[in-house]
Design a protein around this ligand. Structure first.
Ligand SMILES: NC(=O)c1ccc[n+]([C@@H]2O[C@H](COP(=O)([O-])OP(=O)(O)OC[C@H]3O[C@@H](n4cnc5c(N)ncnc54)[C@H](OP(=O)(O)O)[C@@H]3O)[C@@H](O)[C@H]2O)c1
Length: 184
């Protein structure tokens, strides 16, 4: 079975970006710790592909350097997306249910996927496809923004694997999904 993981940073009130998509608060709200990557490199080396929502992909396209070099990246969108020629080797588009996306990637040998983007994560969570969540909570309240989590038809229970606080106030908690509680 292909494992699907989330590795994400949120504000204390659960937002992954401001309403306009701004996420500079991730870098500016607390002191930078020299050489600290909050476990990202280790996590990234464990995945063999990414599944990302169209909006997160568009954000990444705007970065000065493509951050996902050398990894297969599937962008989910119901319309056609721009894939610059230099990324065509690694980036592809799919429009399918989370189950179908994972099934197709599993067929091509994917064993560990990094699922990214709020709505995309919510879609995978709601059908029971997320196995692990590593969430770094930034000590800031934004009041509004793009939420990490959304409505669910049933509760999802999580088991805490580890929790660590950093000197700058970041708190990183790793969960595995235990099971969903059937709706009444
Ligand atoms: N704080 C962090 O660590 C972090 C991490 C990642 C992203 N972000 C931020 O989060 C924001 C984006 O998150 P978001 O929740 O707005 O959107 P998102 O999940 O990145 O993208 C949502 C879009 O993905 C497409 N999609 C999702 N599931 C699909 C499916 N099964 N089939 C077809 N298309 C599907 C749809 O695209 P179409 O509308 O084209 O059909 C949907 O509108 C950005 O501002 C990004 O920078 C922050």
């Amino acid at each position: 079975m292909t494992k699907c993981s989330v590795f994400i940073a949120t504000s204390l009130d659960g937002f992954i970006a401001r309403p306009d998509g701004d996420f500079t608060w991730l870098d500016t709200s607390a002191p930078h710790i020299e050489g600290e990557d909050y476990g990202f490199a280790e996590f990234y080396s464990s995945i063999d592909g990414l599944v990302m929502g169209r909006k997160t992909y568009e954000t990444a396209l705007g970065f000065p350097e493509w951050p996902y070099a050398g990894k297969r990246l599937v962008v989910l969108s119901n319309s056609s997306i721009l894939i610059p020629p230099h990324l065509a080797k690694d980036v592809e588009q799919m429009s399918a249910s989370p189950h179908e996306v994972v099934r197709q990637l599993e067929l091509t040998g994917a064993s560990h996927l990094y699922v990214d983007g709020g709505l995309t994560i919510q879609g995978f969570l709601s059908v029971g496809l997320i196995n692990e969540i590593t969430m770094t909570t930034i000590p800031i309240l934004l009041g509004s923004g793009i939420p990490l989590f959304g409505p669910l038809e049933r509760d999802i229970l999580l088991q805490i694997i580890s929790s660590r606080s950093y000197p700058n106030g970041f708190v990183q908690t790793k969960y595995i999904i235990s099971h969903s509680i059937p709706a009444d």
